[in-house]
Design a protein around this ligand. Structure first.
Ligand SMILES: [Zn+2]
Length: 216
């Protein structure tokens, strides 16, 4: 999205009116139980588009959320502030199951400060993902090098991988004198994992959706 005026043009929920049933209260987690307390809108200077600024009140806990939303031809999309924090309940449904399962555990462990476990789960998630791409090698770094040589991963990701220390570890066989994982190393590998999955799963899906829109 290059401009806020593009909100609701390419992706979002069906319909031209704000549907609150998918909005979750960030304070009590109740979904879709909102009354509109305040609504203002701003019309596009040289077009038909409208940006809406709503304040919603939760019917369950009486807290407020601000919803910025706009509708395109058939869809509308919104941004909510504040949003629910630390909701690590699911991974995108288009990810492979094992990749997502380990990813979730890596993220949860990172949130809780379990650095060894976060790094271990991130390595497991990456391992499943790289193997699925038919990577070869004795550790994750080598597998990333292999995929880069095959042209499946770009050079910039390969070079980044060489700076992520945890990728070189063999976590499946810890030694008795295995040092603790520093918090920075755990955060580094989880950050790398997030970007890699954006590249491997989210970007292709967005391109596919874009093509489907063009052809429809
Ligand atoms: Zn609430």
């Amino acid at each position: 999205m290059n401009s806020w005026w593009d909100l609701g043009e390419w992706s979002g929920n069906t319909g031209k009116d704000l549907s609150t049933h998918s909005i979750e209260c960030p304070f009590c987690s109740e979904r879709g139980n909102f009354d509109t307390e305040h609504h203002v809108e701003k019309k596009q200077p040289n077009g038909n588009k409208v940006l809406n600024f709503d304040t919603l009140k939760c019917g369950n806990c009486a807290s407020y959320v601000m919803v910025f939303w706009s509708a395109g031809h058939r869809l509308h999309s919104y941004k909510v502030l504040p949003w629910p924090l630390n909701k690590l309940e699911k991974y995108p449904e288009y990810w492979p199951e094992a990749v997502g399962r380990y990813w979730l555990q890596a993220k949860r462990n990172l949130k809780d400060g379990n650095w060894d476990a976060a790094a271990l789960m991130a390595r497991s998630s990456l391992q499943v993902s790289l193997r699925e791409q038919k990577a070869k090698g004795n550790n994750l770094k080598q597998e990333i090098d292999h995929l880069a040589a095959e042209g499946i991963l770009p050079k910039i990701i390969q070079e980044w991988a060489h700076n992520v220390r945890e990728l070189g570890n063999d976590s499946a066989h810890p030694k008795p004198d295995q040092p603790a994982t520093p918090p920075e190393d755990a955060k580094d590998i989880v950050g790398f994992m997030d970007y890699l999955f954006e590249y491997l799963y989210t970007l292709p899906k967005q391109i596919q959706e874009y093509r489907a829109r063009k052809n429809s």
